[in-house]
Design a protein. Sequence first.
Length: 199
Amino acid sequence: MKVLGIMGSPRRHSNTEILLDKALEGAQEAGAEVEKVLVSKLKISPCLEIYACRKDGNCAIKDDMQLLYDKLLEADHIILASPIFFYGITSQTKAVVDRCQALWMRRHVLGIGKEDARARRGLFISVGATRGKKLFDGAVLTVKYFFDAIGVRYFADLLVRGIDNKAQIEENREALQDAFRLGQKLVLGSSTDNEGNKS
């Protein structure tokens, strides 16, 4: 079983990456093979909306997203991690999401991949500096549609408010434990899906 972690923060060793690493540790402890992709290290252009993917489900833009497509399709479960920038996911992460229009086209228009019987699950991890009531609303909606586009069910999320300083999340033992536990549950499954906001 493979779990793919997508690190969407442009800053290395960020609060977001610390939580993602904990979740991947939990997944690995539960028996999964894990891999982490650093989106900021990839060259991914924005979607051009030229609908070349309508022909065969393949994107016409040849960049590092081509490698990520394969990883997204091969993974049994996916963890997407992004801090909140202006009440949304980072631009680096959003570029990945937008470019998955090709995978949406494959599944929902061309019918490619519909035969995949795996119960693929997705976990969303996010950290925000402020404590706004709707801080994560836009990001969660975007990630839900992203998971749907690639054939993954939104399983749970870990959303933490009031975190901004570098490595500040390490002081939040509960959040670290939640990340590890959710990584385990992502692999093992749980009777309580969509556990919701851990803010």
